[in-house]
Design a protein around this ligand. Structure first.
Ligand code: NAP
Ligand code: G4F
Length: 373
């Protein structure tokens, strides 16, 4: 008998990879989409129409839609990935963030209880390393105290605790994956990694002059999203409901990410100045770089291609995330370093080099044809 999964946030980076993963395992996959004036479903368009993939309209801020849908689908597993997931945006829209990211979790749990599925339905909650916020120890593990440091993190903290509460109060199989940053070619374009890889590709091809970033010193433990969705599934297959840190155990700064991304785009950078005055200058162009192939087009040695802008500073910023994935390694048998940092940056840059040069680039079509993984 195949299992039935319901994914909230199916149109997002993780939702699209998880859908592919579960379909490959033989699941019947149901996803929640929300009404929008434009259809923005390019990450899952290649799955639409497949016999075991189904989409339904609902919204995390609408309990009735969730109750009805859970009753209709009768899922064995729910993956609650839906969220206003951008930390900086949460400072501008804190109430919406709390409604979706905090109360939304409660609505999912209550939808399961209302439909009397609490004994059979397992629930995965997309918790986050942002819970550690103003970190109290490095590296962070399942026992590190939380210190949320943004409206997003505070909302996610409620999600974490309400999951734990329902596990203890009602004996439900509900768990948090405390995931550290994970990126991919499908990452939203305003998160720092994707913003950098797209800009490096555009700058290399003479389509953008300069990239403006915020805190270059910020440290993150970056992994590959495609590797991380496997863990979401493993957490729900574990014999008992528990929370797990999912991370690589390796840390890099935003500056290091940018240096490597530009290098893959054929631009060697050197950094000059400090703080708001810091700039990334073109030190060298590698022989295979687009500029070398098309003389006169694109950047030159000595050009400033990265600048710091206070627009991208946050009122409070989380600056030292490093996860300890020992428990996931030991108890789930998960390999935290399947895709290295270097491979991750390379695959994102290669993808964005193709995106900026192919006039008719279409993610949905490329996923369908297997050109983008
Ligand atoms: P993402 O790409 O931003 O996707 C978020 C998803 O949530 C989208 O499908 C979005 O739908 C949906 N959503 C937002 N508000 C909704 C609402 N009111 N009702 C229904 N759906 C709604 O995020 P992601 O990177 O895949 O992350 C998945 C989850 O993991 C999120 O909860 C995030 O907070 C958490 N997380 C992510 C990371 C990471 O590094 N990626 C790390 C730790 C935790 P639309 O397409 O309609 O906007
Ligand atoms: O890429 P970011 O926006 O990701 P952030 O804030 O770490 O959040 C992501 O990861 C969390 C897991 O820890 C998830 F829960 C969350 O949903 C999301 O997926 O920023 C990373 C760092 C920050 O310190 C930020 O200040 O990069 C710094 N940064 C520097 N310049 C920038 C920029 N961030 C963005 N988005 N844009 C910049 O120009």
């Amino acid at each position: 008998m195949s299992k039935t999964a319901l994914i909230t946030g199916v149109t997002g980076q993780d939702g699209s990879y998880l859908s592919e993963f579960l379909l490959a395992k033989g699941y019947e996959v149901h996803g929640i989409i929300r009404r929008s004036s434009v259809d923005y479903r390019e990450r899952i368009a290649h799955l639409e129409g497949k016999p075991h993939f189904h989409l339904h309209y609902a919204d995390m801020s609408d309990s009735m839609s969730l109750v009805k849908l859970v009753g209709k689908v009768q899922p064995d597993e729910i993956y609650n990935l839906a969220a206003q997931s951008h930390v900086q945006v949460s400072f501008d829209a804190p109430e919406f963030t709390a409604d979706v990211d905090a109360v939304g979790v409660l609505r999912v749990l209550e939808a399961v209880r209302t439909n009397h599925l609490e004994k059979t339905c397992r629930i995965y909650q997309a918790s986050t390393s942002e819970l550690y916020g103003k970190v109290e120890e490095v590296p962070q593990s399942e026992t590190t105290p939380f210190h949320p440091y943004s409206p997003y993190a505070v909302a996610k903290l409620y999600g974490y605790w309400i999951i734990k509460e329902y596990r203890e109060a009602y004996n439900m199989f509900c768990c948090s994956g405390i995931l550290f940053n994970h990126e991919s070619e499908r990452r939203g374009e305003t998160f720092v990694t994707r913003k950098i890889t797209l800009a490096a590709a555009r700058i290399a091809h003479g389509k953008q002059d300069c990239l403006y970033l915020g805190n270059l010193d910020s440290l993150r433990d970056w992994g590959y999203a495609k590797d991380y969705v496997e863990c979401m599934w493993l957490i729900l297959q574990h014999e008992k409901p528990e929370d797990f840190v999912i991370a690589t155990g390796i840390q890099h700064s935003v500056r290091e990410f940018a240096t490597l991304a530009f290098r893959h785009a054929g631009i060697e950078l050197r950094w000059e100045g400090e703080g708001i005055e810091e700039v990334g200058v073109v030190k060298n162009l590698t022989p295979s770089s687009p500029q070398e192939r098309e003389p006169g087009k694109g950047v030159k040695i000595g050009d400033i291609v990265v600048r710091v802008s206070p627009d991208f500073y946050r009122p409070t910023d989380v600056v030292n995330l490093l996860g300890d994935p020992s428990k996931a390694k030991r108890e789930l048998g998960w390999n935290p370093q399947k895709t290295s940092f270097e491979q991750l940056v390379q695959l994102m840059v290669e993808h964005d080099m193709r995106k900026v040069t192919h006039e008719h680039y279409n993610l949905a079509e490329y996923l369908e044809k297997g050109i983008v993984k």
